[in-house]
Write a protein that binds this ligand. Sequence first.
Ligand SMILES: [Zn+2]
Length: 87
Amino acid sequence: MLGRIILISILFYIIYRIVRFFQRLGETSPQKYQKRTQPGSKVMVKDEMCNTYIPEDEALKEVKDGRTYYFCSSACRQKFIQERKKK
Ligand SMILES: [Zn+2]
């Protein structure tokens, strides 16, 4: 009788270890993914045409008179260039 209890305990322990192993496998991959996509150090720049803020690495750049202007899309960039031409 005692031998069977020990055997069942060992069996449950093994099942528990297997479950923990797969839980840990499921936990590690999304954590890595979150770290990669975390914004944190991203620099936000302003689009002068539509007054929205965009991450610097995603923004379109245009250098005019030594100043760098940022745009959310090529449409905003074109609008900026055309308005500059008028003046
Ligand atoms: Zn814009």
